[in-house]
Design a protein around this ligand. Sequence first.
Ligand SMILES: Cc1cc2nc3c(=O)[nH]c(=O)nc-3n(C[C@H](O)[C@H](O)[C@H](O)COP(=O)(O)OP(=O)(O)OC[C@H]3O[C@@H](n4cnc5c(N)ncnc54)[C@H](O)[C@@H]3O)c2cc1C
Length: 498
Amino acid sequence: MLQDLIRKKLHHYRQPLSYSDPALPYTATARKRVAVIGAGIAGISTACNLAERGFEVHLYEKEHFLGGKVGSWQFESHGETLRAEHGFHGFFRQYFNLRSFLKKLGADKHLIPIDDYIVLFDKDKKQGFKDLSRVPVMNILDMRRYGVFSWQTFVSPFSMPMIDLLRFDFKKTYKKYDKVSFADFARRTRMNDRMKLIFSSFSRAFFAEPEDMSMAELIKSFHFYFLSNEEGLLYDVLDDDFQHSFLSYCEAFLQKHQASIHLNTPVTSLAKTVTSFEVNGEAYDYCVLCTDVKHTKRLMQSAQGFESYGTTLSALTSLKQTSRYAVLRLWTDRYEADPSLPFFIFTDRLRCLDSVTLYHKMEKESAQWSREHQGGIFELHSYALPDDLRDDAEIRRQLLDELYHYFPELRGMTIRHEYMQHRDDFPAFHTGQYATRPEVVTAVPGFYLAGDWVRMDNCTMLMEAAYTSGALAANHIMRQEGLRENELISVPTKGLLA
Ligand SMILES: Cc1cc2nc3c(=O)[nH]c(=O)nc-3n(C[C@H](O)[C@H](O)[C@H](O)COP(=O)(O)OP(=O)(O)OC[C@H]3O[C@@H](n4cnc5c(N)ncnc54)[C@H](O)[C@@H]3O)c2cc1C
């Protein structure tokens, strides 16, 4: 059967990323000190993997909570204590490493499936994808049913470069497409509007405008999310806020393994000495930098003792973040009219609104607020704010206007509470960045990098890349210490026709 042939060609949709030698010891006997800087998913991954093996781990975080972009914190509004997060997050089923970590923590019981992957593209029109075949290539052919392709697409000479989607191969794809933007590719292939919408929803997941987004990164993401596995486009979400459903488990795990968590402790000084690293004046055998691009750049500009590692230093100090994004959460006195809508909806952005999350349908704490107050909790995202939209009040007005365009029944609602975030700390996956993107292992002995922005020649992205890079950094340190590495996997790194 075609399905079996595809599965075989794609190595049963799995590729090992490490080798775990059972002959090697599991736990360290010498208690080496490791500084992990930044407690997002990458830092948590590094810290948990190493603490479990007997390393003396110190996890530094500048905020008063763990989690970075999956952090969750309380705030007061009109006499109520409410909770905000950086924003909605989907756990795709091909996040093999992150999901096995959730399982190990016992937090996987909080994962619940979304009903559909919906894109709203006119006031009254929506596109769902839950009925697509899960088999690579067959899923693409299925898209014909939704008007994404027609038979003409397959015979048009302009569509020929599309075949490169099935030929994903790190070296060749990045060489050919890293300097090409998605917008250029769409023009070159005369992509129809419906297909552009599908690709744009991928490019927006990377917080990039089509003119900036590297086509190589987009081909990789299409391969990772769609063409390398049978997991499908549907994903799971956590059924409660990140603190209750994920971070409290991480904290308990770290405490069980005697790791020290230093919250509210920004690292302001980092130095490489002959034998060790000094982090805020404390000496460590190893240092793993797990900060976001914006703060990595800042920290490395003042770091000392790295001067003789010029390539690493210049790659870190010239990292790029995307332009600004916004997350606005609203506690209101109304619900959306269509009860069949899933928790999370992409929109065909008019000017800035990219997605709407219906928290009252998804998270337990939000559902309880909704029941008690007879209202809905909506979160509005703009993944790339237009340059002329700079002021918070203007951004808020525009997001609300677009919400009312898609949900006219909410017009006139009372906003009881709101929490606005306007940030610029997301890594850029823009054209021409791949060649100089730093990797997990650096030229500086004992100094490693982890985060969703770190280059890894494996197919993981976003949260899965953050978790996997942290686990790979931990594996490298275990290898240095003669310990058995942890098993890590990804989807295959080559496409069906590569
Ligand atoms: C709105 C939004 C929606 C998203 N949706 C999804 C999704 O649906 N699915 C998905 O897979 N991904 C999604 N992502 C991406 C995902 O959140 C990130 O890829 C991932 O969380 C990054 O983790 P990280 O550890 O690499 O970085 P971060 O989470 O950025 O962690 C870096 C940490 O370093 C800390 N830090 C920085 N400087 C210092 C310093 N000097 N000292 C100490 N600490 C410091 C920061 O405070 C932060 O805690 C989304 C992101 C956003 C913003």
